[in-house]
Design a binder for this molecule. Structure first.
Ligand SMILES: [Zn+2]
Length: 313
């Protein structure tokens, strides 16, 4: 049974909003103008006291909504994987994301796009409205956007509007030319909890130290559903790290897709699982690791030797 109450968003405190509850009041279903559509269990909502976590979770949900993914379900079962997927973004990364949103939302070159800073800052993984305003001002100073239709805003009919400049459009073109200037490293691996430290202490720091930005999806790699979003992320990555430990078919699929695109794949496997490595991929050199620290050192050295440090800006 679903009931409705008026409440503040349990993540970003926006409100009051109409909040639906199910599972005897344990699960909240809501649409927040800032975070987007999601469901969350009361148990997890109560643990969101850490401000940093709430801001990032809000950004994660909003970005999932923006990508048209299915409604995110936040529960004790999913929260750890979700937190693992929070990206570490530089100022330039955030401006690149903002520019991409401009590209997506512009109906045609010269059309205006508006942002409501107070509601839209999670789109760029921002802390608050001021941060989004800062990035908008900086994109203007970089001549990548300019003021758009000012009439509506002047008449008090909405937030300020902006449009991409010619330089902004060509910047987007260059970024979308895959790989050459991408710093993204796509990580394909099992989400099993026994591999958490392999990710946290092994793969993630190895990639960051090599100058790349690790990207791990929050979805378990699957063979029955080819996720278009995941394929797009692989396509725009400079390299792929595939850890085949636990032998998930989805990891092989994602790595195979990258090979087909000519993207270098770094194969890894935990020593005790080496004998199970799929026949077809035994021809590839695998990083055989025994613990996360050892994985970190080997992977970093391998990426550094083969792909070199990232030179993209
Ligand atoms: Zn919210």
């Amino acid at each position: 049974m679903t009931t409705e109450t008026e409440n503040l968003c349990p993540i970003c405190a926006f409100g009051p909003l109409r909040v639906g509850t199910s599972d005897h009041g344990e699960r909240l279903n809501l649409t927040c103008p800032r975070c987007g559509k999601f469901t969350i269990t009361q148990t997890v909502a109560r643990t969101l006291d850490e401000r940093q976590l709430a801001t990032k979770l809000s950004a994660w949900i909003r970005n999932r909504n923006e990508q048209g993914a299915k409604i995110p379900e936040i529960s004790t079962a999913t929260i750890k994987n979700i937190i693992d997927c929070f990206p570490t973004l530089s100022v330039i990364d955030k401006q690149a994301i903002l520019l991409e949103i401009f590209g997506r939302r512009s109906k045609y070159p010269g059309s205006s796009v508006s942002f409501d800073s107070n509601l839209d800052f999670p789109l760029i993984w921002g802390e608050n409205a001021n941060e989004l305003d800062f990035h908008l001002r900086t994109l203007m100073a970089r001549s990548l956007i300019q003021a758009g239709d000012q009439l509506k805003a002047a008449a008090g009919q909405g937030p300020p509007e902006y449009m991409l400049t010619a330089a902004g459009w060509s910047h987007l073109d260059e970024v979308n030319r895959p790989r050459s200037i991408s710093t993204q490293a796509f990580v394909a691996m099992s989400f099993d909890t026994t591999l958490r430290s392999a990710w946290r202490k092994g793969i993630e720091p190895a990639i960051i130290r090599s100058g790349y930005r690790p990207f791990r999806t929050d979805a378990q790699p699957s063979l029955d559903r080819i996720d278009v979003q995941i394929m797009a992320e692989i396509k725009r990555s400079h390299l792929v790290v595939a850890d085949v430990t636990l032998q998930r078919p989805g990891v092989y699929f994602e790595a195979g897709y990258a090979i087909g695109l000519g993207i270098p794949v770094y194969w890894c496997v935990r020593k005790d699982d080496l004998q199970n490595v799929h026949f077809d991929t035994r021809q590839y050199n695998h990083i055989v690791w025994e613990n996360p620290d050892d994985l970190c050192v080997q992977l970093h050295d391998f990426i550094y030797a083969v792909s070199g440090p990232s030179t993209a800006i």
